[in-house]
Design a binder for this molecule. Structure first.
Ligand code: SAH
Ligand code: SF4
Ligand code: F3S
Length: 464
């Protein structure tokens, strides 16, 4: 709590500076946060935006904003490349408008080499910080305003979870809620445990209080966020299971839909399956990353389940919830992956029949055990496998999507359809999208929609 108060006093100080600048320029100052990466980063960006708005910045376009923050991802090589591309453009912008403040934060900044590169090559950057101290944004800005040179502050690990700081939401009616930070799994290809630190769970009381406040503020759908939500609560003073947290969350009045991300198959308990099956609020969607269908590769990935174990788990889930939608993540071309290993992955895809799958080419991350493994797969071979997998995944998904055609289902109306006038876009409990003609006043409401036609990955429907 003391840290929270400290940060609010920095927000006060920064606000005075921003107000002074705005008076001098005769217009309000604006900000823009560009986010790469996962839902965790998206939520962090909402917190960063919350602090910036508290300080007096208004939301603005990236091309004109007085302050631009880039919240980075480093999970794959192409994520890094995109960040440097964006940073180059911002450098040009700052030449034309020297008063601009440019900040870079997030997972990439937890890597010493990347910070060095910014210091040497991108000297126009004003602020560099990492994943553990985003709550310090106001404090770092104050330092920048005072010292007028690049402020670099990256922590090796988190000291505490700072609660009760402001956040803005992209959508008024739905919100992410962090339930845990970091990851202890050390899958051998993955950089996340190194850049996000050890697993820490928030106190259930803090999580529920946040959910209650969000509900009072008009939120009807909550997405519980963690790298491995199934191990929630294990490190708490009084341990609590994820299933037990869900049972409490279910009681929060006003919350109509509960989602969560991501589930690690090795920790998905029977208790969780039961809680999901008997819940009226938990959505009928489970994202269950497979990564590979080959037990041998799974072992090399340090995933700690087998092909058979994964398939048995899927069977138990489907038995309890026949209408559940399953989606997944798959990596192609992990070191040592043979044609036989890849066939095992295709086999799981054909048996499970996912509604969608994120497929990734293996990307070597320096510092992870897999980067040091010999027998890295030839890029040409990996690309061909990737294309085969993608085709299989898309064919199956297109066939499966049709199964709800003609049914009437509950839809959360989310936004105006950008392609077609008079249409809204919403989501089913199972995460499928639906376009239907309706008035924008329904946005944020749960409505019954008849799913008239399946068009590949989405439905077109009519209000029932
Ligand atoms: N915590 C989540 C995933 C976080 S990263 C989980 O365990 O499922 C999101 C996805 O990126 C992973 O599921 C994985 O499929 C992919 N990924 C992670 N590291 C990668 C790498 N080095 N190369 C390619 N894909 C990777
Ligand atoms: Fe990465 Fe594995 Fe942790 Fe997911 S569970 S974040 S893939 S180490
Ligand atoms: Fe990327 Fe960091 Fe998420 S590396 S995937 S933004 S935790």
């Amino acid at each position: 709590m003391d840290e929270t108060r400290r940060q609010y006093s920095f927000m006060d100080e920064a606000r005075q500076y921003v107000a002074g600048e705005a008076a001098r320029l005769g217009r309000p100052l604006t900000y823009h946060v560009t986010t790469f990466g996962c839902q965790m980063n998206a939520r962090d960006s909402e917190k960063l935006s919350g602090i910036l708005e508290m300080i007096g910045y208004l939301p603005g376009e990236e091309e004109e904003a007085d302050l631009v923050l880039i919240n980075t991802c480093t999970v794959r090589e192409n994520a890094n490349q995109r960040v440097y591309g964006r940073l180059g453009q911002l450098g040009g912008q700052k030449k034309r408008r020297p008063g601009m403040v440019i900040g870079i934060c997030g997972c990439m900044m937890q890597e010493a080499d990347e910070v060095e590169r910014i210091r040497k090559t991108y000297r126009f950057v004003d602020l560099v910080f990492g994943t553990h101290n985003i709550f310090q944004l106001a404090e770092l800005l104050v330092r920048r305003f005072r010292q007028r040179e690049m402020v670099v502050d990256v922590w090796d690990g988190a000291k505490e979870i700072v609660e009760d700081l402001p956040a803005v939401r992209k959508y008024p009616f739905k919100s992410g809620v962090n339930i845990m930070f970091g990851c202890n799994n050390f899958c051998s290809y993955c950089i996340v445990p190194y850049v996000r630190g050890r697993e820490r769970s928030r106190e259930p009381g803090d999580i529920l209080r946040e959910a209650e406040r969000l509900a009072q503020d008009g939120v009807v759908e909550i997405m519980l966020l963690g790298q491995n939500v199934n191990s929630y609560g294990k490190t708490l003073g009084t341990p609590m299971s994820f299933a037990a947290l869900l049972r409490e969350m279910e009681k929060v009045e006003g919350i109509r839909r509960i989602r969560f991300m991501t589930s690690h198959p090795k920790d998905l308990s029977q208790e969780l399956i039961q809680v999901m099956a008997s819940s009226h609020k938990i959505c009928r969607h489970l994202h269950l990353p497979l990564q590979s269908g080959s037990t041998r590769i799974l072992q090399a990935m340090n995933r700690r389940y087998t092909k058979e174990g994964y398939l048995a788990l899927v069977e138990r889930i489907r038995e309890a919830m026949p209408d559940i939608s399953l989606t997944t993540d798959i990596i192609v071309g992990f070191p040592g992956e043979t044609e036989e290993d890849f066939e095992e992955t295709l086999d799981v895809v054909r048996r499970v029949r996912y509604d969608s799958a994120f497929t990734f080419l293996y990307s070597k991350r320096t510092g992870t055990p897999a980067a040091a493994m010999d027998c890295q797969v030839d890029p040409g071979v990996a690309h061909r496998r990737f294309d085969r997998l993608l085709r299989e995944v898309q064919d199956i998904a297109a066939q499966e999507a049709r199964r709800y055609e003609g049914q009437t289902m509950e839809v959360l109306a989310e936004e105006v359809n950008r392609q077609q006038a008079g249409m809204l876009t919403g989501r089913l409990s199972n995460n499928f999208t639906v376009h239907f003609p309706a008035d924008p006043s329904l946005i944020g409401k749960l409505v019954q929609v008849r799913l008239e036609k399946c068009c590949g990955f989405y439905y077109v429907g009519e209000l029932a």
